[in-house]
Write a protein that binds this ligand. Structure first.
Ligand code: OOG
Ligand code: MG
Length: 271
């Protein structure tokens, strides 16, 4: 699996700004747009990250705080579901956080889906290249269970790697909860998770589905950040990627992710 940012940029600065405005418009208007590669077939991964960086700059300029990062497409189930087999990263800001047990509105999203993820909170800075799982575990304050609500801004939830990176990895909302645990107190590979929607089990898996060990995904994130000249500061919240395939949700749905060792994370969706 290569995450190298080659070939380099093909988009002009004007294109990057225009595409970030287009994605931002789709986000705020909750309407789908064609994937970016329909118009820019030569768009590269580096172009995608340039659009994402501009989206982040604009989000922070509006007063939102950077809380951390997400890694996506880190499990076989997710890669198969989306037809993209290279992990990608996206940023998480304060406006995307939702409390556990809360009502999450679907009216301001296009076609939301939920994913069960192991989240990490760091207590020391991490920098790549060459960041390892061991370094991630040593820098981890605690782990906790999380549900990510993803919402591709692209029609039919269909995209390629460059487009989904530009769209901030479909990031929309996230809920952390359950029980925080020290990483050394549990086996982070064998954590089971059961996802229930309206009382029925709709997905189940184990944490090793995420690159063999979810801390591996955090190391990959740090190394992708390094390719962009960035590091992961202490106190970051990082979601390591969906363990199972993502499940669509609509207004009226109740979702509970039940994690072994880490407890439950629940939410309901309203119009
Ligand atoms: C891309 C984001 C994937 C994950 O956990 O794998 C992701 C998508 O599937 O829309 O967040
Ligand atoms: Mg995810």
């Amino acid at each position: 699996m290569s995450t190298e940012l080659t070939p380099a940029l093909t988009l002009s600065r004007e294109d990057i700004v225009r595409l970030s405005e287009r994605i931002e418009g789709a986000q705020t208007g909750a309407h789908a747009i064609p994937k970016l590669t329909d118009e820019y077939p030569a768009m590269t991964v580096a172009d995608g990250y340039a659009v994402q960086a501009e989206l982040r700059r604009r989000r922070l300029a509006r007063g939102n705080r950077l809380i951390g990062w997400k890694v996506g497409l880190t499990s076989k189930a997710k890669m198969l579901q989306m037809g993209v087999d290279v992990p990608s990263i996206g940023f998480l800001t304060s406006d995307m956080a939702r409390p556990e047990n809360s009502a999450i509105s679907t009216g301001d999203m296009v076609h939301p889906r939920v994913e069960c993820e192991v989240a990490f909170v760091t207590r020391a800075p991490l920098a790549g290249p060459g960041c390892t799982r061991e370094q991630v575990l040593a820098a981890t304050d605690y782990v906790l269970p999380a549900v990510e609500v993803i919402d591709s801004r692209f029609s039919g939830f269909k995209f390629d790697l460059s487009s989904v990176i530009a769209d901030n990895g479909s990031a929309a909302r996230f809920v952390g909860g359950g029980r925080a645990r020290l990483p050394q107190d549990i086996d982070l590979r064998t954590l089971g998770v059961v996802l229930e929607k309206n009382g029925e089990i709709v997905a189940a898996g184990a944490s090793a589905a995420v690159l063999g060990h979810p801390a591996e995904a955090v190391a990959m994130l740090v190394n992708i950040l390094a390719e962009q000249g960035e590091t992961l500061p202490a106190g970051s919240f990082v979601m390591s990627g969906g363990i199972t395939e993502a499940i669509p949700v609509k207004a009226g749905d109740c979702v509970i992710a039940r994690f072994q060792e880490l407890g439950d994370v629940s939410m309901r969706f309203v119009a």
